[in-house]
Design a protein. Structure first.
Length: 375
């Protein structure tokens, strides 16, 4: 008989096949002597193999005390089924997560593929958005009117291959470039396909200028970044399938702008409380996201992670992983990023992987570690 020792309940499919002793304290805090003293003699005597928690540190000592053959199982509960299904491969030196990394990664891949079968709260183009889904990544092409068609195509292809869910057209703050928009959208639309699903990637417009927003919608934009007190009168003219991000501004709060828009339109809004740069209100802005989610559980949120990564002289990979985790915890359905500087090259790919990491971790009830996804 196999005896499993863990802090987790035994998976139903192994009930009756495996004896189970559930611990009420962390395995890493237990000595071999203390653990052996907790086990009933009947369980020990009838066991031919004992599976210990993956982070138990005194396997050899425990074997000597009990006279039983022992191996290390998983550190995390989510990996119990795959571990018990591969008992003969478990090791005395490595946790199940290390030994069965390929099997666990395969399970995670299947989980990510099944995300598309979950019902979204709404869609931006063909991209499902929802609290139960993975946080989606918006990749901004900065200063798009200044780029040639070739440069636009290259940026779009790069973002598509990097895993962007939506490609955002960043305009120039100091002039009306609405006449450039048909050219920009035409150039990008020809290559804006996801390397992951081969589905056409929806495009968004990043502008406060009414003429640019109107031209972008006419050219096929499915998302508008952003509405504020300065341009909210545009909202009633938007087609039903166009979504809009709403932000606070110097004149009005986020809540005030939302209320004003909803008085004149039934448009589907996405709130952005605005992430502040590190050292300049970053922590307080995180609280603003958390507070907004608590007060408006039904409204989607977007977080501009580039506000942090572009404004600090630091490598982006770790920062993007942390920001994706913060977006997951605060319930943000969308993350907006750029690759406007050398230090943030690769941010779209990093965020794409990070959102998959946190989605898989949350779905499996597992820390964002040892699931086969590296940021």
């Amino acid at each position: 008989m196999i005896l499993l020792i863990s802090c987790c309940p035994l998976p139903n499919e192994f009930s009756g096949k495996v004896a189970h002793h559930q611990l009420n304290e962390m395995p890493s805090f237990l000595s071999a002597e203390k653990l052996a003293s907790q086990l009933p003699r009947e369980e020990l005597s009838s066991s031919g193999l004992i599976i210990l928690p993956g982070d138990f540190r005194e396997l050899r000592e425990f074997e000597e005390l009990t006279g039983k053959r022992c191996v290390l199982g998983p550190t995390y509960c989510a990996n119990l089924p795959v571990s018990l299904a591969n008992v003969t491969r478990l090791s005395k030196k490595l946790s199940a997560e290390k030994v069965l990394a390929k099997e666990i990664a395969s399970e995670v891949d299947s989980l990510l593929e099944k995300e598309h079968s979950d019902k979204p709260d709404f869609k931006i183009g063909n991209v499902g958005i929802g609290r139960s889904l993975r946080t989606k990544v918006i990749a901004e092409i900065v200063d798009a009117p200044l780029l040639s068609d070739k440069e636009l195509r290259e940026r779009a292809e790069h973002y598509a291959k990097s895993g962007a869910d939506i490609i955002d057209i960043g305009m120039l703050a100091y002039r009306d470039s609405s006449s450039d928009i048909p050219r920009i959208f035409s150039a990008i639309s020809s290559v804006a396909y996801s390397s992951l699903s081969r589905a056409k990637i929806p495009l968004s417009i990043d502008s406060f200028c009414g003429k640019e927003i109107t031209a972008a919608i006419d050219s096929g934009a499915k998302l508008v970044l952003s509405l504020s007190s300065e341009n909210l009168a545009l909202a009633p003219s938007f087609p039903k399938d166009v979504r809009a991000v709403v932000v606070p501004d110097m004149k009005s709060s986020l809540q005030s702008n939302i209320a004003s828009i909803l008085k004149i339109s039934d448009i589907h809004l996405i709130a952005d409380p605005i992430l502040r740069p590190l050292g300049w209100g970053f922590t307080n802005s995180l609280f603003a996201y958390k507070e907004f989610r608590a007060n408006h559980p039904e409204m989607a949120m977007m977080m501009g992670s580039g506000n942090a990564t572009e404004l600090v002289d630091s490598d982006s990979a770790g920062a993007n992983a942390i920001l994706a985790g913060m977006a997951s915890e605060t319930g943000c359905e969308l993350l907006l990023t750029t690759e406007a500087s050398e230090k943030t090259k690769g941010s779209v790919s990093q965020l794409s992987r990070a959102t998959r990491l946190f989605y898989a971790a949350k779905k499996r009830g597992h820390p964002p570690k040892d699931v086969g996804i590296k940021v």
